[in-house]
Design a protein around this ligand. Structure first.
Ligand code: UDP
Ligand code: MN
Length: 263
């Protein structure tokens, strides 16, 4: 069809995407990703989980990584997984390294177009906060104030940043840091980058988590967003992007299948 978009070609060594997941989501969220946006760049997308899964490892062409971290949702387990993602970024050494959650839809074309506007040899910490201001941490040594990019919206780091992070993340350094400041993975990353390494977050408002009100994104602008999500805004409110519903809630709880109709 004349309007069919030709995907942007991603060069070898240009991009690494890790998706944080856990055993219980392999057959639901991860399956939906494999059916949709994984296909846009299967060479560059990897799943960081907490168990072996032969079938999934096969369907991802060996892109399932067992972090052996605990499969729970506490800060310790999540920092353990983020440590693995960061170790993997160091090992891959691509121009750009991006993290997403398994309830994200990623518009890989828009992601790469956006990244190409920045120089990977400079320090870039790209993402979107879900707080209205910097957060404050009172660790034993000093008070600190810093911004962090919400993990649930996705975030990207330039190769230059990855090189600076390397000494901090080896030997479980990131996990230990998270434990010391008693913070979740994305907060710990903000602390490490902004507070310890003096690398400031650059806000890209094309990243979206379900911790912002998603029905505020206008339908006209959906195609130019980098990431979308779905879930709950808080205990009281379900939070969804406004898209034409072609798959029912039961078929598509994260609306991932519905998103493909936009792109
Ligand atoms: N997750 C995990 N272990 C768990 C629960 C969740 O690694 O025990 C991952 C999950 O796969 C996702 C992210 O953590 O990538 C966020 O999980 P979820 O969307 O369920 O919760 P949220 O924090 O967004 O409310
Ligand atoms: Mn979520």
């Amino acid at each position: 069809a004349p309007n069919r978009k030709v995907p942007v070609e991603i060069h070898p060594g240009e991009l690494t995407i890790t998706v944080k997941t856990t055993r219980k989501f392999h057959n639901t969220r991860v399956k939906d990703i494999l059916d949709t946006w994984f296909r846009l760049s299967p060479e560059n997308i990897f799943f960081i989980s907490d168990t072996n899964d032969q079938a999934l490892n096969q369907s991802t062409n060996g892109h399932l990584i067992n972090s052996k971290c605990p499969s729970s949702h506490n800060s310790r387990a999540l920092c353990c997984k983020m440590n693995h993602e960061l170790d993997f970024f160091v090992q891959r050494d691509t121009k750009w390294s991006c993290h997403f959650d398994d309830d994200n839809y990623v518009n890989v074309d828009e992601l790469i177009k956006t990244l190409r506007q920045f120089d990977p040899n400079e320090d870039w910490y790209l993402g979107r906060p879900s707080t209205n201001g910097p957060i404050k941490i009172d660790d034993s040594e000093a008070k600190s104030e810093f911004w962090f990019a919400t993990g649930g919206a996705g975030l990207c780091l330039s190769r230059s940043v990855i090189h600076k992070l390397a000494t901090y993340v080896k030997n479980h350094g990131f996990k230990h840091l998270g434990h010391r400041i008693q913070s979740p993975d994305d907060v710990t990353l903000g602390y490490l980058l902004e507070h310890l390494l003096n690398i400031r977050l650059t806000i890209i408002d094309k990243f979206h988590s379900h911790f912002e009100l998603l029905d505020g994104i206008s339908e006209k602008k959906l195609h130019s967003q980098i990431s979308l999500s779905a879930g709950s805004y808080d205990e009281h409110r379900e939070n969804y992007v406004k898209v034409p519903i072609l798959f029912s809630h039961d078929q598509d709880p994260q609306r991932i299948l519905n998103f493909i109709m936009i792109y």
